[in-house]
Design a protein around this ligand. Structure first.
Ligand code: HEM
Length: 451
């Protein structure tokens, strides 16, 4: 099988910061070597697949507990600290058990629809924050560093669901524990690239290059510590009610605690991993969506007209309203096609497979290149253009329902937080687009700008 050799890969990834340019490298290698190629990293190799039908074949053939990648470094940290794995890092029976429990609570749109009220309160706080920032701006209208705002919104939104409590990320004076928390999370994200190196560097090399592993452990310590504080607060609260003989009901954490299907350590691990997976993914997607709308005011107006027509003016939407505005859903899909937060996905083959005419033995690490397939002309005509309407279903045969763009993954190991992310993004986009267009009509438009 063709593909780049070890030296070229080492230069690309470790010298030229390839972990930040995975999307570019995917496209470059696809052009050079074709839709299926093998990259060598010393004794290890990765087979990349950048063809929609081959990706579909691999994902449709997967078994009951697919493996995404070698999570050795994550599992080693848990072992070292006596912690449990969560959905991202667990494998086999342990993963199946936790996935079964969490799947029942947050996988379907109707499971997360009940959080509309909480998310709308977070949106109200975000809008208030935007108006405060706007009033403080020199020109009285430009709000800078949009991604920071969306980061705080996503964190507040997902924490509201995961911890069943508010963190105060969007307040003018953010509570100190929340400041520490944001810093810990920021550290995790800023060192995340380093932590990818931690996984890539073999154990025997650690004494010579200790920093990545040290940073990796420090970030996880911070994340677990803060997550545990909030989980414990909620659990204490629940316990108090129970001790007083009161009946207890609530959201995700309450259900997990009461059902006792997961151990306390498993709850910590899953809440921590979900928070890690659910903040920057959602906030970057929101930033890209707003960026695309800013460049395409005609699309924004079309979406606004649909919102007004189907939901009316000044309507605070709930999850039940989202299917009535298909263009908003299409806008998110098109944003994720053009700017998928995770440009690729992985699977370790659990059986021998024949793909694209090659025999791929069991245990091979596959890279599924959905950034490359999202920009392939044969999957999406005029792929560089932002055209949300391509996702609208006009007839039963006219549906863009394929494996060309799978930003949340696919199958039994797909993103467990998809519906939470969609709820946060859809509800906010509906309100933001409505507010912006109304402001334009009233001549008091606010500008958002990324620094
Ligand atoms: C726009 C937002 C998001 C995107 C694009 C995204 C994307 C992804 C992708 C591509 C995967 C791998 C799926 C696969 O292997 O087939 C994944 C897994 C995962 N995501 Fe998300 N995600 C988002 C938001 C969230 C949120 C909000 C949460 C939590 C509340 C979350 C939690 C997880 C978890 C726990 C996994 C691992 C699932 C497992 O292995 O069973 N994600 N996500």
């Amino acid at each position: 099988m063709p593909g780049p050799r070890t030296l070229a890969n080492l230069v690309e990834f470790f010298w030229k910061d390839g972990f930040s340019r995975i999307h570019e490298i995917q496209q470059k290698h696809t052009q050079e070597y074709g839709k299926i190629f093998k990259s060598h990293f010393g004794l290890q190799s990765v087979v990349s697949i950048a063809d929609r039908d081959m990706v579909a074949q691999v994902l449709r053939a997967e078994g009951a507990a697919p493996q995404r990648a070698d999570m050795g470094s994550w599992q080693e940290y848990r072992h070292l600290r006596g912690r449990s794995t969560g959905l991202i890092s667990a494998e086999g029976e342990q993963w199946l058990k936790m996935r079964r429990v969490l799947r029942q609570r947050i996988l379907k749109p109707r499971d997360v629809a009940i959080f509309s009220g909480e998310i709308n309160q977070v949106i109200a706080d975000l809008i208030k924050r935007i108006y405060i920032l706007k009033s403080q701006a020199e020109d009285g209208e430009t709000v800078t560093n949009v991604n920071d705002l969306f980061f705080k919104y996503s964190m507040e939104g997902v924490a509201t669901i995961l911890y069943e409590s508010r963190l105060g990320c969007l307040e003018t004076s953010v509570p100190q524990p929340t400041v520490d928390y944001i810093e810990a999370l920021g550290l995790m994200f800023s060192t995340f690239k380093t932590s990818m190196y931690a996984g890539a560097i073999p154990r025997w090399l650690r004494p010579f290059i200790p920093k990545p592993w040290r940073e990796f452990c420090r970030s996880w310590d911070g994340l677990f510590k803060f997550s545990q504080i909030h989980v414990d607060n909620k659990l204490r609260d629940i316990q108090c009610h129970m001790d007083r003989g009161e009946s207890v009901s609530g959201g995700l954490l309450t259900c997990l605690f009461l059902s006792q299907e997961l151990t306390l350590e498993e709850i910590y691990a899953n809440i921590t991993e979900m928070l890690l997976a659910g903040v920057d993914t959602t906030s970057f997607t929101l930033s890209w969506a707003v960026y695309l709308l800013a460049w395409h005011p005609e699309v924004q107006q079309t979406v606004y007209r649909e919102i007004v027509k189907n939901l009316g003016e000044r309507h605070v939407p709930t999850a039940a309203d989202v299917p009535k505005v298909p263009l908003v859903r299409a806008l998110l899909k098109e944003t994720l096609r053009l700017f998928p937060v995770l440009p690729g996905n992985g699977r370790v083959t659990q059986e021998d497979l024949v793909v694209g005419g090659y025999l791929i033995p069991k245990g091979t690490q596959l890279a599924l290149c959905h950034y490359a397939t999202s920009y392939a002309d044969e999957n999406f005509p005029r792929p560089r253009e932002f055209r949300p309407e391509r996702w609208l279903r006009k007839g039963s045969l006219d549906r863009v329902d394929n494996f060309g763009s799978i930003p949340f993954g696919y199958g039994v190991r797909s993103c467990i937080g998809q519906r939470i992310a969609e709820l946060e993004i859809h509800l906010l986009l509906i309100q933001q687009i409505s507010d912006k267009e109304k402001e334009k009509e009233e001549g008091s438009c606010c500008r958002l700008r990324e620094n």
